[in-house]
Design a protein around this ligand. Structure first.
Ligand SMILES: Cc1ncc(COP(=O)(O)O)c(C=O)c1O
Length: 485
């Protein structure tokens, strides 16, 4: 802040002649918006994540600077419209910059409403909690608000652990699970990459995802188990679903052994699967659940843990226990809550969950037809609503000998995996963005905004069909060429 712009209050308290702190060489908002790709790359490398740039370069993402984003599209520095079938791993239910959500935020700012909800009760946090309770089945009606999926999941395992009690501290989790990267949930996130060699808590028991017998065995043989945590549809694992009957059996087992079930709906929830929560497909209700991503309307960072009242009360229900895990500084922050309140209203007013079910089924059907056309390339197409996985065959053994050395100089993650090549070329040649998958490098994840229409599906499927019609050898050659340009 320079002397010309300092507010009145400051002017009166700073003595004349006082040496004001010099302003560091700061970038302004307008300069940030206007920076070119070279400067952006330089700053990313210098101050954010130099290693990550390697992957961006591999996929050709480093040449792009997004100027604007609207609805189903990103618009880059050259005015190119990129169709978004990535959807921020499920964070963009409303697409980019939904006008009603923007309007609610603008009004909140103009009215100079309060943000931080620590000293006084917040009408915005209270209203959002009410709305979440209304969207949730059964007795899921106590809400904790935070600002990420990881934070919501931290809150979920903490409330469950306390409600289960000190004699039952063990948590069951699944193979290929992803629940976030913060230190607590890292213990139930099954990714060697993310776990690295961090010391995580060892009160955990791992079971194969969807294996009810393994869970029954664990519950029967280990009375210290008090909690089980599962994504209802595994996202990072590659859009993996358990058989429908698994969930009713799981609910029954949890009731039988008094184990609390935490459903992680951070990625598959909020309408993505064609129901508000994915577990609603199976007519069961968990004891605790968590949402984030699209909860913030694509504009704010909001995560929520929603617990059954008795679970919550056991954990934090008295004045003595109430503050053990009360909301953090930014939990329930005003504009984020208002954004989430408006977003929930839009979700129902615009029937986006119904659209997810219907247009998602259309996407799946069209992709199945593409699979039938290229059975040697596409191994599987699966999912629910707008949470779809496209799995390619591993081609490391089928690629012609002449191309193998070329591919082998590429990054380890790309060997044998068509996802990287297809994703990169879809962007380069067809202006379409898709997502990759942490644990299964052969799977492309399709999580378009829930506003996605049939015409967008058609455009995506036609792009994919056209690319695959080149055949694996040409796709690999085209990709390798793109690395050299
Ligand atoms: C199922 C699931 N749980 C938790 C998280 C963590 O959310 P966040 O990245 O907002 O911390 C994610 C993020 O991808 C997720 O997919």
């Amino acid at each position: 802040m320079n002397a010309m712009t300092k507010p009145d209050t400051m002017r009166s308290t700073i003595a004349a002649g006082h040496n004001l702190l010099p302003k560091p060489d700061l970038i302004t908002v307008e300069e940030a918006k206007a920076m070119d790709v070279a400067r952006l790359t330089d700053l990313f490398k210098t101050h954010l994540n130099p290693g990550q740039l390697h992957f961006m370069k591999l996929l050709g993402f480093h040449k792009i600077k997004i100027e604007r984003a609207e609805g189903m599209y990103y618009i880059d520095q050259n005015g190119r419209k990129i169709l978004d079938f990535f959807g921020g791993f499920g964070s963009l239910a409303f697409g980019h910059n939904h006008p009603k959500i923007l309007e609610a935020r603008k009004k909140f700012q103009e009215e100079k409403r309060q943000e931080i909800a620590i000293a006084f009760m917040s009408q915005y946090a209270a209203a959002l909690a009410h709305n979440l309770a209304k969207c949730s089945p059964g007795e899921l009606d106590m809400v904790f608000l935070g600002s990420s999926g990881s934070e919501a999941m931290e809150a979920a395992i903490k409330v469950a652990e306390r409600a289960a009690g000190p004699k039952r501290p063990k948590i069951v989790y699944a193979e290929n699970s992803f629940h976030g990267k913060t230190k607590g949930v890292l213990a139930i996130t099954d990714g060697a990459l993310y776990r690295a060699d961090f010391k995580v808590t060892d009160n955990t028991v791992k079971v194969p995802f969807g294996d009810i017998d393994a869970i029954e065995r664990a519950f029967r043989t280990d009375p210290e188990i008090g909690v089980i945590v599962l994504e209802t549809i595994q996202g990072g694992g590659g859009i993996v679903q358990a058989p429908a009957e698994f969930w009713t059996k799981l609910r029954a087992l949890c009731d039988q052994y008094g184990v609390l079930w935490v459903a992680d709906e951070v990625q598959c929830g909020y309408g993505r699967s064609g129901r508000f929560y994915a577990f609603e497909h199976y007519g069961v209700v968990p004891d605790v659940t968590a949402l984030a991503k699209s909860l913030g309307g694509g504009k704010a960072a909001v995560g929520a843990m929603i617990a059954k009242r008795d679970v919550y009360m056991k954990a934090y229900g008295t004045p003595k226990t109430a503050m053990i895990h009360a909301m953090a500084t930014f939990g329930g922050i005003g504009e984020a809550c208002v954004t989430a309140i408006e977003a929930l209203n839009v979700l129902y007013d615009e029937h986006l969950i119904d659209n997810s079910a219907e247009t998602g089924a259309y996407l799946l059907e069209r992709l199945k037809a593409v699979q039938a056309k290229y059975p040697k390339i596409i191994k599987d197409v699966r999912g629910k609503g707008f949470m779809v996985g496209l799995e390619f065959h591993d081609f490391s053994q089928t690629l012609p000998m002449v191309l193998r050395p070329v591919v082998s100089v590429l990054d380890d993650k790309l060997k044998g995996s068509l996802s990287g090549f297809v994703g990169s070329l879809l962007l380069r040649d067809y202006d379409v963005l898709v997502a990759f998958t942490e644990y299964n490098r052969n799977v492309i994840r399709l999580e378009p905004p829930l506003i996605c229409q049939r015409e967008h599906v058609d455009r995506f499927v036609e792009a994919l069909d056209s690319l695959l019609s080149r055949g694996i050898v040409t796709i690999v050659k085209d990709f390798v060429k793109s690395q050299m340009s």
